[in-house]
Design a protein around this ligand. Sequence first.
Ligand code: UDP
Length: 237
Amino acid sequence: MAKLKYKRVLLKISGEVFGENGKGISLAAYEQMAKQIVKIKKENKIDLAVVVGGGNIFRGRFAEKSGFDMAVAHQMGMISTVINGLALQQCLEKIGEQTRMMTAIRMDAVAEPYLRRKALDHFEKGKIVIFAGGTGNPFFTTDSAAALRACEVGCDLILKATNVDGVYDKDPNKFSGAKLYKKISYREAIEKDLNVMDATAFALCAENKKPIIVFNVKKLNDISKALKGEPFGTLVN
Ligand code: UDP
């Protein structure tokens, strides 16, 4: 068996994955995701962190035209990630996986507050750690939370699950001739203005040399290839 290239991996799942056609909540989607996550962990014997998005429920920018205070709108977005985190945790535990959820916004009755040392301890004990609540700060995204937590807890790879096969030279949903990159450097991605992650998150990954693999969530079952360093989606490093 090919040797694993990565030991501690952070999986970023966009909230859209948990919705029906990207919106709302599909309990079946959490269940399916939980099964796949357990498979990845067992097959590859890696430490696994998960950052959940909330876009299926609420994004701060949904309120842009409503006259809402945007800081509050973003708090609503962050709390929506906690709903996804709780549901995913339930589904993981239902199939016997040990997990801990940590939130960036304190919700002590619901989950542990994020504490780096405690997260490291959970990895030592083989638990999957779900980071919810984004960064805890409005005006950021869960991509930034993924980049931040990956740097903080020493993940050696960020897996960004999307609904396309990787990073393209133009939007593949709009242009049929869009070219998929197999591999690209941080510098090239910036120069070509490719939309790998939001700019803040991407800058953090580039500065700290965190490799990112952008891939299609439908291919999550084959992710072991990526973890062995085989070509998969787009590798940004
Ligand atoms: N959010 C925030 N700060 C963070 C992370 C998220 O304010 O650190 C808010 C923001 O409004 C965002 C929403 O939470 O739109 C949901 O997160 P995101 O859009 O990243 O979810 P995804 O697109 O991954 O489903």
